[in-house]
Design a protein around this ligand. Structure first.
Ligand code: GLC
Length: 688
């Protein structure tokens, strides 16, 4: 059951799209209080109570014990002390003596979630201005709460099937030649590949919807040639529009008044990659429609997928903040600065980026009213994603496009996926990637993935290999790295053959991963779940933070430590371990419930399948369209009478539905014994 409780004058966000009855009386489970203009909600916690949610954020799957903040921020240091990352997903799910309930805090401003940080037995959620809708979700299970919540926020974005293929990316690919070389290096070595993403270097001086005419002279020909190699190109689009007379997007945006304005009526200017830039007011439908139409230029050139970036929005500086810093620096000239003054000077320069004063300098128009940016800050990236998706819809209504964004808010999950921003080539970030998977799924962001191998800093061979072993299971599987870091393409490494073999598993598992993804999206379920969701009565499972459930049948437990040659795994029930070396080469080891040390050499990684169920495995391929999902091997244990509901479709139509697309895969005859590796090929019933 879900009830809505409104406080003050909530700002419409379109996060929730289904009417929810208004609750009577006071908000259950919480004590509300006002302080200054702020409004707080307090939940008293028992010692062992757990709190799930908050989508893309740092720390545990169980969020208790830290203070988090909803404030979408471009800061490439994703360390444990960060209160906010690039996205704000304001869902909390409480479980324990405090009750079993979810609460969605729909306020696009700077909401603070103090979850046992100030006072360990209290969760205090504070809305800065007290204009908020709180949706209270009461169901009898953790899964049920998510399912009910997902039911009111609308169906998750459906990517095309090819988007589940491996994507090679790097900030710095600056020419058509470079892209052709990357593709050739993959194809000649039989390293599977479906896409290459194009970072800002493809543009003409970082101007959105342009491409460098020298280095990408004929983009349409390039996409055509790539198409013959079964490769799609995926260009980046940034939120800021370069301020430059004669640049059509800039001129038109100014003429039509589509950029965010300051209080004096002049367009706000902030600096990002292209230097001084304007910021489209994506919160206005007509601006979205206009910006969405700009994508047509690239769609016409044969592009079928994009990533939207810098849409928190990121601000390197504004003239105002920079000027203040310069004045301060000038006043320091020739002085013998004390420690405090010296640090202050450095801080002031540092704080020219993403400065709160700048976020208070410009306005959006919502329902005909001017509203200051900081009050709706977290809606910006969401509405840029929406602009793009609405553009694709207008371009070709029945086709799915690949779209993922850096910044998001609940609601954006209907229009695109996300990647988790500028991580580093650190072992701890493999674990962070894993922990974010179920939390992102709770808010409908099913299509997600982190920069495999790490974005910032230099990767190492073993780190990339281990990270790919997790990436095999994430819907977005993209290797991306920052400019000036060590080359990170698989073929650069001595152990590239081991990495290639990891990718073969991705393509072999593709029919299963796609099937589970689509079923989760179409039925408002999660693809990844904390163990606590499946085994709520098992204390060890509830506290397990480095393993997650995948789909209806599996559990994953990646290695995320340097030099590890195995790891501890907790099995909440009997499971079959599939220890993969490659798609063709794997061991099947039935294991009983309990604690295990699992040996895993650098070229080995596990997938655990529940007892009595099975999953399909294809023979793999070097690109998604070549995966044969009609000839499948079934993997399972003790599943003589088991059936797998296999979803498959054409991978591109927009109106995907379960009816007519689910096939019952079953073994021909009851089997005895432990491992059933379907050495005979099983065809699903109802297929051609
Ligand atoms: C941002 C993005 C990163 C991209 C870079 C250059 O830092 O998060 O993925 O490579 O900008 O466009």
């Amino acid at each position: 059951m879900i009830r809505r409780y409104d406080f003050g004058t909530p700002i419409p966000t379109d996060a929730v799209v289904v009417p929810v009855p208004v609750g009577e009386g006071s908000l259950p489970h919480m004590v509300t209080a006002t302080r200054g203009g702020a409004l707080s909600f307090t939940v008293s916690l028992g010692e062992h109570d757990m709190i799930f949610g908050l989508g893309e954020s740092v720390r545990g799957i169980n969020k208790r014990g830290f203070r988090y903040r909803a404030w979408n921020t471009d800061d490439p240091s994703l360390h444990e002390g960060r209160e906010c990352l690039y996205a704000s997903h304001n869902l909390l799910i409480f479980s324990g003596t405090c009750g079993l309930f979810g609460a969605y805090f729909d306020d696009p401003g700077n909401v603070v979630f103090d979850l046992g940080y100030t006072d360990s037995d209290k969760a205090v959620i504070t809305s800065p201005e007290g204009n908020i809708s709180v949706y209270l979700i009461e169901e009898d299970s953790l899964k049920g709460i998510v399912h009910a919540f997902r039911g009111i926020i609308g169906q998750s974005y459906l990517p095309p099937k090819w988007a589940f293929g491996y994507i090679q990316s790097r900030w710095g690919y600056a020419s058509e030649e470079e892209i052709r070389t990357i593709v050739r290096e993959h194809r000649t070595r039989h390293i599977p590949l479906d896409s290459v993403s194009m970072d800002i270097d493809y543009m003409e001086r970082f101007k959105d919807f342009t491409w460098n005419q020298n280095n990408f002279a004929d983009l349409k020909k390039l996409t055509g040639d790539m198409g013959k190699e079964h490769i799609r190109l995926v260009p980046i689009i940034d939120a800021g529009v370069k301020q430059e007379q004669g640049y059509d997007v800039c001129d038109e945006g100014l003429a039509k008044g589509y950029f965010c304005l300051k209080a004096d009526g002049k367009p706000f200017v902030g600096a990002v990659w292209p230097g001084h830039s304007y910021f489209p007011d994506f919160l206005r439908p007509e601006v979205r429609a206009w910006f969405g139409r700009q994508y047509f230029k690239l769609l016409d050139a044969g592009i079928e997928g994009f990533w939207n970036d810098m849409n928190e929005p990121a601000l390197f500086y504004s003239e105002e903040t920079l000027q203040e810093a310069i004045e301060l620096a000038e006043s320091c000239k020739g002085k013998n600065l004390g420690v405090e003054e010296c640090f202050h000077l450095k801080d002031v320069f540092q704080q020219t980026a993403n400065n709160m004063e700048d976020y208070r300098r410009f306005y959006h128009v919502v329902d005909g009213k001017n509203i200051r940016h900081d009050r709706v800050h977290n809606l910006y990236g969401y509405n840029m994603t929406r602009a793009a998706a609405e553009g694709f819809q207008a371009y070709q209504a029945d086709k799915r496009y690949l779209l993922f964004s850096r910044s998001s808010y609940v609601g954006a999950h209907r229009y695109g996926g996300v990647w988790q921003g500028d991580n580093c080539s650190w072992w701890s970030h493999i674990l962070l990637n894993l922990k974010q998977l179920p939390s992102l799924n709770m808010c409908g962001f099913l299509f997600n993935g982190a920069d495999l191998g790490g974005f910032g800093q230099n990767t190492t061979e073993d780190l990339l290999l281990r990270w790919l072993q997790l990436g095999v299971f994430t819907p977005l599987m993209r290797n991306h790295s920052a400019q000036h870091t060590r080359d990170q393409e698989i073929y650069r490494f001595r152990r590239s053959e081991d990495m290639r073999r990891v990718l073969t598993v991705r393509y072999a598992l593709l029919p299963y991963l796609y099937s589970e993804f689509m079923k989760a999206a179409l039925t408002d379920e999660m693809l990844f779940r904390p163990l606590a969701f499946d085994y709520p009565a098992d204390d060890v499972a509830c506290r397990t933070e480095d393993q997650v459930m995948l789909g209806g049948e599996c559990m994953i437990a990646p290695v995320y430590e340097q030099n590890a040659r195995g790891r501890h795994v907790y099995l909440p029930e009997d499971m079959l371990m599939v220890r993969f070396h490659s798609a063709e080469d794997y061991d099947l080891l039935p294991m009983s419930a309990g604690h295990h040390w699992v040996a895993l050499e650098l070229n080995e990684f596990p997938l655990f399948i529940r007892r009595g169920v099975m999953i399909p495995l294809s023979r793999g391929a070097e690109w998604v369209d070549a995966v044969d999902s009609r000839t499948l091997t079934l993997l399972g244990w003790d599943c003589g009478h088991a059936e797998y509901a296999f979803y498959d479709d054409d991978g591109q139509s927009k109106d995907a539905k379960l009816e007519g697309h689910v096939y019952a895969l079953r073994v021909d005859a009851p089997t005895e014994g432990f491992a059933l590796d379907g050495s005979k090929l099983i065809h699903g019933e109802g297929r051609d």
